[in-house]
Design a protein around this ligand. Structure first.
Ligand SMILES: C[S@@+](CC[C@H](N)C(=O)[O-])C[C@H]1O[C@@H](n2cnc3c(N)ncnc32)[C@H](O)[C@@H]1O
Length: 319
């Protein structure tokens, strides 16, 4: 080996020794060439192993993230489908959870938001535009317990067929069905609507006035059970031609019997009951379907602004 080559090797060994010394490898004097090669191999394989671990860690993170995104999408889709199809989940979500969250966030109530949507999007004195504004708001922004557009068409057709001079509505809420009914009444006909929640009644009054139907409608505040016996005396009503039942479901049957007892139903009076499937009125259905005093028929539809099954029961009082 020439001197040059020897010097080059010595210098190389010195450099490797210094490098190992920096990494904490204790070298005592002259380190053999093979030890350095081994250390170099160990270092390289360690670097490779660390690189592989980093890569697999990154891959795991990407897969975990993907799994979380796909999992959340599946859970949301299943929840959305369930809310669309299951009656109790739909009511729990729309009428309790979502309403509570929106009330909390906006510091307003659902009826107030519906009123705002009417004032923003409907034309004063035009009941059709009021109905459309509420339907649009409740279908696209926020569900509400109005009879809604689908069952509303059945309500329209039964009402047109009956063409009542005197009509009673139990359960006004924001006045959606009140406006829907009153707009189809012939001149001189009258609608009495009953609501026991003063906040709902206040909104309903404004919506009814916005639609320009205040002269056809009398909104009475209080519980139906207290007001039905006072109808004749307070409003000079002999009997009703049409009754729309849309208040709390456990009141349908007792209030129907009360209307009978107070002589407010006559032969041919039509009772139209909403939500007979969802949330359901089993006692009422059992009564009108089995009583010889009624001829009853079910109109299948769906819960307002959803795909959940619901329907209206039309029962003609036979006297
Ligand atoms: C389903 S909402 C009525 C919806 C309305 N008919 C519509 O389609 O736009 C039921 C309403 O009935 C009212 N209500 C429930 N039970 C009542 C009762 N016994 N007397 C008076 N109002 C009642 C509630 O406060 C609620 O506003």
């Amino acid at each position: 080996m020439c001197q040059c080559e020897q010097r080059r090797r010595r210098n190389g060994e010195k450099r490797r020794g210094r490098a190992q010394g920096r990494k904490g490898v204790v070298t005592h004097g002259r380190t053999s060439f093979s030890t350095h090669i081994k250390a170099e191999q160990v270092r390289k394989s360690k670097q490779k192993r660390e690189g592989r671990e980093r890569q697999s860690c990154r891959r795991k993170m990407v897969w975990s993230l993907l799994a979380v995104i796909v999992g959340s999408a599946v859970v949301l889709y299943v929840l959305y489908t369930a809310v669309q199809r299951s009656s109790w989940l739909a009511l729990l979500w729309h009428a309790i959870i979502f309403e509570w969250v929106l009330d909390f966030v906006t510091r307003t109530s659902r009826p107030q938001r519906i009123l705002k949507a009417v004032q923003k999007n409907a034309t004063k004195g035009d009941p059709e535009s009021v109905i459309s504004a509420i339907d649009h708001y409740c279908r696209h922004k926020e569900w509400a317990m109005n009879v809604g557009d689908d069952k509303g068409l059945i309500l329209d057709s039964v009402l047109t067929e009956v063409n009542p001079s005197t009509a009673l509505e139990l359960g006004t809420y924001c006045g959606y069905s009140t406006v829907r009914i009153a707009r189809l009444l012939s001149p001189g006909s009258k609608l009495i609507t009953v609501e026991f929640n003063p906040a709902f009644a206040a909104v309903a009054r404004q919506i009814i006035a916005y639609a320009g139907l205040q002269d056809k409608i009398t909104l009475v505040e209080g519980p139906s059970g207290d007001l039905i016996p006072k109808m004749k005396e307070r409003f000079g009503i002999k009997s009703f031609d049409f009754v729309f039942l849309d208040h709390w479901k456990d009141r349908y049957e007792p209030d129907t019997k009360l209307l009978e007892d107070c002589g407010l139903l006559k032969k041919g009076t039509v009772l139209l009951a909403d939500n007979v499937i969802c949330p359901g009125t089993p006692e009422y259905l059992k009564y009108v379907r089995n009583s010889p005093r009624y001829e009853s028929r079910y109109y299948k539809s769906n819960l307002e602004y959803s795909k959940v099954e619901d329907g209206l029961e039309k029962s003609v009082f036979l006297g």
